[in-house]
Each structure stands twice: as structure tokens, then as C-alpha cells.
Design a protein around this ligand. Sequence first.
Ligand code: PHE
Ligand code: ZN
Length: 884
Amino acid sequence: MRDANPGTIYLKDYQAPNYLINRTELHFVLGEEETLVTSRLHLLRNTENGDSSELILDGQDLELVEIYLDGDVLDPSCYEVGEATLVLRDLPEQCLLSCVTRIRPQLNTSLEGLYRSQTMFCTQCEAEGFRKITYYLDRPDVMSVFTVTIDADADRYPVLLSNGNLEETSPLANGLTRVLWHDPFPKPSYLFALVAGDLEHIEDSFTTCSGREVALRIYVEEKDIDKCDHAMDSLKRSMRWDEEVFGREYDLDIFNVVAVDDFNMGAMENKSLNIFNTSCVLCDPNTTTDVGYQRVEAIVAHEYFHNWSGNRVTCRDWFQLSLKEGFTVFRDAEFSSDMGSRTVKRVEDVTLLRSAQFAEDAGPMAHPVRPESYIEINNFYTLTVYEKGAEVVRMIHTLLGPQAFRAGSDLYFARHDGQAVTCEDFVLAMEEASGVDLGQFRNWYSQAGTPRLTVTDAWNEEAGSYALTISQSCPATPGQDDKKPFVIPVAMGLLGDAGNLRLQLQGEAPDPDTEDNTHMVLMVDKPEQTFVFEGLPEKPVPSLLRGFSAPVRLEFDYSRNDLCRLMSGDDDGFVRWDSAQSLAVSVITEVQAQLLAGDEAQVDPLFLEACGALLQDDALDPAMLAEMLSLPSENYLAELAGEGAADVQGIYRARTAVLAAVGSHCREALEQRYAQLAVEANYAATGEQIAARSLRAVCLNYLAAAGASGLALANAQFAAADNITERLAALRVLSQFGSRSDWEAPMAKFYEDWGHETLAVNQWLAVQASMPDDGAIARVRHLMEHPDFDLRNPNKVRSLVGTFAGQNPLNFHREDGSGYRLLRQVVAELNSINPQIASRLLAPLTKWRYYQGRAEQMRSELELLASMDGLSPDVFEVVSKSLK
Ligand code: PHE
Ligand code: ZN
């Protein structure tokens, strides 16, 4: 923590390091009070970068005990210990620098560096946590071969792990045990990891495509040993998939995963020693929902895929974060699509992008996929860098086609193996392998904000031609007032009465190969462009942005009838879903206006019938149907309302009224689907069972919104369920639509039965945090006093306070400001405990521009935070940028 205003770091100031660290030897003595770390850094001046003999190492919260240069005690005149640095002067060109530092993992609540989680020691070094372990060039472009020895009490810590291969285990005279690990692959410090604990493990093996055996182990606390199988299966599937689809083979003989309870993020790709948040690796039907099972598979894959996209080829600096994250999210999304339903996966990803990333792009922290500056890098592990970054990679895939994309990926990995590179290097490899010019496309990396496409059409009956005029614009974002046009691939088709029409662009030769070309990608790269289609028998309905081919907002003035036609008749699953969403948005907005005017809600019968028709459509995958029948979230509706216009109460009432109307109109069909889809078999996280449960949950939600019979079904479901997915679905419905007498007993029963399972308790907290009733704030405050709550555990904080602020708009935005106050108080307290979590939790308050009549109250809480003493750089950056 710094007291003065922390400074800004700029991409344009990047300089290569003036020393390299070819080898790094670390020795840890783990103790109950303190840990001693001895480093031996084999330094070599980087003559490419000038000839300075001064070296500035990073170090934070360290106590320097001893320091040697080439074996001799270093004279104090040769170095200076600063707040966050160790400055060394007059260093020779090549030398061995050795430091002993004392650290106190037991007191480290930031969960960066070396810290305690439950009874174990573990590390988290990305992005800049290694400097809390020892003095180092803690930057990703310094890659070093690490050798690590750990001395520890083997009774308390029988499992002692680090990166690479275990070379030796030996008892020491002092009663401790020593282990020695060596990682042959040079890596930056952020990929270093160490774990010490009393852990159990499951073991399996994988034979790589070239025939090497890899030992796979997942380490957990003994109580969780039965919850590892799904992660292990996911790991093996990921390894095979990466060989088959990207030609990437694993490179060591061992791959370890460790689960820890206290973790700031989901998981971490440390070389051969991935560390996971328990919530992202453990699976059990009674603690993990269907969505949770799918998330575990995706995150296991994501971390594994980093071994190539991140570790073998890493980032030159943290501005390039999306180089590894965007690419790896793209890779894990492709993996999930191949393992399950591609369309459903796409719909889920787009929902997240639109409801949260678009808001980030429109808010005070908006930044390009490759940011140009930051105060605290931890604030830039964002939806923009991850999800929008993945969309940018997906667009490259669309522009190049699958084969050239794969050639580009192969070239990138071959050319840059063992290097720390930039987004530009990635784009260059893609260009060179494909011959496609990505010049203007690069604007996606440098410009923030969500582009808006406005589309109009003109039908010429006589000529049988149809013109689409597409114009693009992008709103100003902090520091970027004027934007250059993007290259936007718009995948599309034209829908006629009897289905999709043949596409023939004016001025282009007909494609002889495809008789039936009903799909095409328009390249939009100018402020305005017109595309004319010829030879059409009738005026079509345009099917636009198929597969969500670009992360943009698209506006076209569809009639509700057009939307219904797309919804039932388009070729593209995404467009079918999207049309259902647009229809729902327009109906909810209409009802909101009716209610505001004091009228009764009149839900357009067209919509009710469209829902009815969907429910009768037996050809549709139930998982897809569940998505199509899910109304847009309150947050998305608020975002669509635009700045200063979101009325959370109005949105809530209108959305609930529409739910109830569909629930009554379609009661029979809903009840029938609900009954038909009951899963008789024992719980399994198979695609088929998951689809059935998700559609049942949607039906139950409508039925409960419509009245008592739905609540009775929910009650019965809760009692009969053999898994947490159905239990929580029932609890959610009861607590959203029922009164106290409906939810009180099952809520208590859930805790009684599953209170011993941390991950189940977290979800129980989350359900209560999102209840819409007036008691919500008092309930959240009360739960913060619950013995199972702990402000130092990020999962608890996210479940209770994060869910409240992010998923309970009605109560977070209460008129009396009590929701804002609650969040501010928690952030203030967390600021000194865990700045990273404090700053993330704050995000909902930064959206103050959106909410009708709330700006002053929201701002004043931000101002209170701004005036606090000892503000962390993390919170300072978010608060100060939001108040601008
Ligand atoms: N690099 C991790 C991932 O995306 C995320 C992470 C970042 C974890 C920072 C911890 C700290 O897989
Ligand atoms: Zn990642």
C-alpha cells in the first residue's frame, strides 16, 4: 500500500531489462512464524539494452536479512533498500547475487506471493506477486531456469511441490525434510509456484501423441478426495484436444493441480503446477451445480492450454496480457464447443459479453484489449482483456478461415517458443501464414469501446434487389474521443418465406462451387457501406451477425413479426436465440412503459404465442430452448436503457410481469415439459441431463412467477432432489417469488444438510444475497456475521457481497442508498485486507452514470472511499477514474 497517489505506467515507456537472470536458485525454509527465502540469481548484463551497471530489483513487504555478491557480503554502499525496490550499483557484467529475505506468509491476507490457505502454504505470483517472496526482476520478459529447494516439517507438510521435476528428497539433521525441484523450461517469475501441505491426491496418466507418459495428479484436502474425478477427466480431454486441434503436445513428465480455498481468481497456470480455487476444480453432485461442472471442465482446459499460449510463449509486458488470455479463452471456448453444444456455448458467452463486457466498455474503466496505461495491473484482468480479447482472436479465425488460422497458430508457436512477445507478434504470424492483411484490423487491439452498427435496408420489387446499408461508429472512451473504423466481419443470410435465400452480391461473379450459398461474411471496414443482393424472389428478412461474428451492438429496425420468423426459421442458432432476446426486450420495455403510466401490463399475445410455440418444438435441443426462453437479465436491460435512464424498479416490475404472463399463458405446456423432463437416473453431468435440468428450471421459474402451483412444484423439487442443481433452482424460485413461509424452512434445511460443505454454503449465501424482498440488506449484514462467513476468503465475499451488489439490482439500488453504503463499507474494510478483491467488488458502484436518480448517492460513496487514508493503488485507480 502506498500513501501518496500511485503513479501511472505506460506501454510507450517499455524498456527491455538491463540485466537477464539466466538461472534462479531459490531455497525456502518454511516455518510457523516466518519463512526464510534465499535466492541465488545468476545475472548477466543485457548489452542489447545499453551498458548500465545499475540494477533495480522489485521487492515488497520483504525484510532483507543478508546480501552477497559473488559470495562476498555486499557493502551497504553498493545497494539501497527502497519501499518497493532494491537498487544495486556498480554491478559487474556477470555475477551471482544472493539475498536472504524474511517473509511472513501467515500474515499475508492479500493472497499474492507466499501465503497460507487453511493449513497449507501456497503461492500466487501473477501478475506481480513474486516480489513479495524475494527481490527480483519481477517482469514477464525476464525468463529464467528455476531450481527450488524447500525445507519443511514433513509431519505438517508431507506434500512439498514446485514447478518441473522432483529431483531429490532427503531428511535433514534438523528434523526437517528437504526436497529439490528443477524446471528445465525458462519461465518468468509470475509462473513460479510452491505448495506445502498435508494433502491427498488422485493420480492418472496420459500418453501424449509422441508416446510419452505424463503423470497427472490432483492434490486436495483429504475431505475432498472424492471430488476430483471430473477435473481429471477434463484434464485428459483437454490434453488430447490440444494435440488434435492445435497440434500442441505437453512437454514434461508430470502435471500437478492443487486445490486451495483462499484464492483471488479462478485458477493459475503455473508451469506444471496449476493452482486452482477449490470452486473451480472440485465437483460433487451435492456441492457443484451443472453450470459448475461445465465451468470446471472449461477452467481446467483453460489453465492447461496456457502451457503453450502463455508459458512456452509468454507476454513481453503486462500490456500484452490479452496475448495469452484472449487467445487462451478462445481456445477453451472452442474446446467447450467441441465437448458440448456449440450454439449453447456461444449463447452463454455472448450473454456474458453483452451484459458485462459491454458495460465495462461503456464505463469509466474502459480500456482497449491491449491497454496503454495502468496504475495497478491487477485491475486489468478484465472481461475486455479476456472475453473481448477472445472475440478478437475469433474474428481473426473468421477472416482467415480455419486452415490458415491453424497455420498462423503453428507459425506463432514455432517462431516464438521460449520468448516473451507482444500482441503484434501474434497478428504478424497470422498475417504471414495466411497472406491476409490485418492492418486496419489492428484497431481492435488499440481502441476501446463497443462499436455500433446501424443497418437499414431497401427493397426494389421490380429489380428483385435488396440493399443493406451498414454504418459503424464507436462512442468515445476515456482518452479516446475519435475512433478509426474497425474491420467488422458481419456473417449473414437472407430469410425468405420458404427458408434461406441464395445470396448473390451485385458486381460479384456467382460462386460456381456452391449451388446453395445462403451464408456469407460481409466485411464492414468503412464508416458506411451498402451491399446489394440481386435475383431475389421476395423481400427478405435479414439474418445479421450470425454466430455473433463481431463484438458489436447491432441495430436494425425489425418488426416483431420479423423477429418471430428469424426465431423459428433461421439457419443460425445464435440468430434464433438473439431474435428471441430482442423480442423479449421490446416486450419488457413496452410493459415497463405501461406500468409507469399506471396502466395494467399487457403482454403482446404475439410474444406469448411465440413462447408457447417454442415449448411445443420437440425438435429443439432442450438446452437451446432453455436459453431461448430465458428473459434478458435485469442488468442487461439496465444497460440497454442507457446513461441516466435505467430504472431498476421499473425493470424489475416489468420483467416479473412478463414472467408471470408467460407462466399463466403457457401453464399447461410448461407443466408438461417440466414433468416430461424429470431425470429418473442418478445424477450425472451429461449434456442430456444438464439440458433437461436447465429447461426444467426455466419452466419452474415461469410457473412460480405465475402463482402458487409453481411454488408447490418448487417445494416438491427441493424435497426430492438428489443434487444441488435442483435444490438451488428450487430455493431460488421460492426465494424470488414466494413469501417468507415459502422459503424459510427449505433455506434452513439446506444449511442443516450441507452446512459442512464450504462450496455448498457459498451458493446458499449467494441465493440469499439475491433475494428481492425488503429484508435483503439486513439479511446480507446478518450473514456477514455468520460463523461461516469470512472477509478474508474471496469466495465468501464474492458469494455474499459480490452477488448482492452485482445480481440484486432492486436492493443494491434502494432509494435510501443503504445498498451503496453496505458495499462501500465492505470495500473500505477489504482495502487493507485484500486490495485486489476490494477493487473488483467495487465495480457496480462505478456504473453510477446509468441509474436514474442515483448518481449523487453512488458518487458520494465513491468520494468517501477516495478520501480514505491508506487507499491501495487498486482501489485508488478504480475510484479516481470513476469520479472523473
Ligand atoms: N492467469 C490466470 C488465468 O487466466 C488468472 C489469474 C490472474 C490468476 C492473476 C491469479 C492471478 O488462468
Ligand atoms: Zn488465463
